[in-house]
Design a protein around this ligand. Structure first.
Ligand code: F6R
Length: 238
């Protein structure tokens, strides 16, 4: 496990974008695993700027997002598909059919199984970018998650519902269920870059990266990955 502390959120975003850009240059047909949330916003801005400057070509890249709320249509402003379209997909030359976000409308388990099949057919993730929740969740793999789980439907914890309520008008509007890539396909990624911004993430980072490897802290499983880099800055996302 490699750990770097960056002095600012901007520097963290540049460094994370460097990893993604290097991967794309090395293998223009890479499969990227992507998170939503506040933390990757700066990375996505960087990637869009590099593409605009003619330095990064996404035309052969495939992407798989980690998760999606169940019950939100792709055009719902709080859906993760909408987030990705707004913050990255519309700003780079990724072919629409090469971007994958789990379906929000339909039967959760069926959509999850279908998503895993697509991911396997694409050869799995080459580079997985991750954020981390305050309770150690990865994607929507909450404390107690089964380490070997494939993509699956989950019920969100009260803590995650409360944390995500900031994006909705009321906490009641936060969907209670989601589809998430499981820890198995995430851990099968060839390379992982975990990004965390803000001193409020330091405690869980320490637990995840140096504490016991336990389902109670899903991110602790990253300790077993042979090529995982963690980028941390005390500065919150701006
Ligand atoms: C979302 C995801 C989540 C977030 C985590 C941190 O796709 O994977 O696990 O990475 O909740 O979110 P932020 O970055 O908003 O602190």
């Amino acid at each position: 496990m490699h750990f770097e502390t960056l002095s600012t959120y901007e520097k963290l975003s540049e460094r994370a974008a460097d990893f993604v850009a290097a991967q794309i240059l090395l293998n223009p047909r890479s499969v990227l695993g992507l998170p939503t949330g506040d933390t990757p916003l700066g990375t996505y801005r960087q990637l869009a700027a590099r593409h605009k400057a003619g330095k990064l070509d996404f035309s052969q890249i495939t992407t798989f997002n980690l998760d999606e709320y169940l019950g939100l249509a792709p055009n719902h402003p709080q859906s993760y598909r909408y987030f990705m379209e707004t913050n990255l997909f519309s700003k780079v030359n990724l072919p629409a059919q090469s971007t994958h976000v789990p379906g929000g409308i339909g039967e959760g388990d069926e959509m999850a199984a279908q998503y895993d099949r697509l991911l396997q057919a694409a050869g799995g993730i080459t580079l997985q970018l991750l954020g981390i929740g305050h309770n150690g969740h990865i994607g929507f793999n909450e404390p107690g998650a089964i380490f070997t789980a494939p993509t699956h439907a989950v019920t969100l914890t009260p803590e995650t519902i409360a944390a995500n309520a900031r994006f909705f008008q009321t906490e009641n509007e936060v969907p209670r269920r989601a589809v998430t890539m499981g820890m198995r396909p995430i851990l099968q990624a060839k390379k992982i870059v975990l990004i965390a911004a803000g001193e409020d993430k330091l405690n869980i980072l320490q637990r995840a990266l140096t504490g016991p490897i336990t389902p109670e802290v899903p991110a602790s499983l990253l300790q077993l990955h042979p090529d995982c880099t963690t980028l941390y800055t005390p500065e919150k996302p701006v």
